[in-house]
Design a protein around this ligand. Structure first.
Ligand SMILES: [Zn+2]
Length: 277
């Protein structure tokens, strides 16, 4: 999916979901726009829902979609969780080795690639840490940074499928304008033909996305936008319910679903993935 996106000059939206409601809402946005889609799940959500329930819920929702939809495990430093979803047949995993030294990161990434590829599962690699804490994983400061030649060489030796380098973005909502590094994407893309992933996409402009995609980004992660759309629509709904003293959960689910679908429809439009499925 992402190799095709890189060749054709767009990015696949990779959207973090929290439950079946947000799962069905993001798939609806992809189906409506004829966009390929990567559904992502944080380790925290996998742990709370359980791998089996998450897998069957995804399969049931995805098999009714007539666009390609993949299931991806987001930032995971925990090898046991990786093994669990690889066994369950997920499409891909992000092995987050950014808390390890370079030597350990390379050795363990190669082990994860061997285990995942044996089951036909792709591996996204992160050895530099992307700034910001997301669902309990990560750090607010840059702990490990390397030059792009090192990133490309490690990718070649470990055999990973996708690369998640530091690109100036951060997880969460931006308090100040970030210094974006599409130049770094371009340098890395010249050394490696592996699709490059942009994390921390929430809050960037259409022009920012365009410059990253033109440089070689083929997967853009969206998490905070889903959380904000979800909670703000619930907040608005609950204020109305209180005012009318009318408490009807299904109508709140509809409002949340509509808000999440619209937020993702906007991303699909910005990433150029509409009509590409
Ligand atoms: Zn991320």
């Amino acid at each position: 999916m992402t190799r095709d996106a890189r060749a054709r000059g767009f990015a696949v939206p990779a959207v973090n979901i929290l439950d079946d409601l947000s799962l069905r809402a993001v798939i609806a946005a992809a189906v409506r726009a004829r966009s390929p889609l990567i559904v992502q799940v944080s380790v925290k959500t996998v742990r709370s829902v359980g791998t089996d329930l998450m897998t069957t819920t995804f399969q049931s929702a995805a098999e009714r979609a007539d666009v390609p939809v993949a299931l991806h495990l987001d930032h995971c430093p925990d090898r046991a969780v990786i093994s669990d979803v690889v066994r369950a047949g997920w499409s891909s995993v992000l092995f987050d080795a950014s808390d390890r030294s370079l030597d350990d990161a390379e050795r363990e990434t190669a082990e994860v690639v061997a285990e995942a590829h044996a089951r036909g599962v792709d591996v996204e690699s992160e050895i530099e840490n992307i700034v910001g804490v997301e669902d309990g994983v990560g750090s607010d400061v840059a702990l490990h940074s390397y030059d792009v030649a090192t990133l490309a060489a490690v990718a070649e030796r470990t055999g990973v499928d996708l690369l998640a380098p530091q690109l100036g973005t951060a997880h969460g909502e931006y308090k100040a304008r970030p210094v974006l590094r599409p130049d770094r994407v371009r340098e890395l893309a010249a050394l490696s033909d592996r699709p490059i992933v942009l994390h921390g996409g929430t809050g960037l402009s259409r022009e920012d996305f365009r410059s990253f995609i033109e440089a070689g980004v083929a997967k853009i992660n969206i998490s905070t936008a889903v959380k904000v759309a979800y909670m703000r629509s619930a907040e608005t709904h609950l204020a109305g319910a209180r005012a009318r003293d009318k408490w009807d959960p299904p109508s709140m689910f509809r409002d949340i679903s509509d808000a999440v679908t619209s937020a993702i429809a906007e991303c699909i439009d910005e990433f150029g993935s509409a009509g590409r499925a």
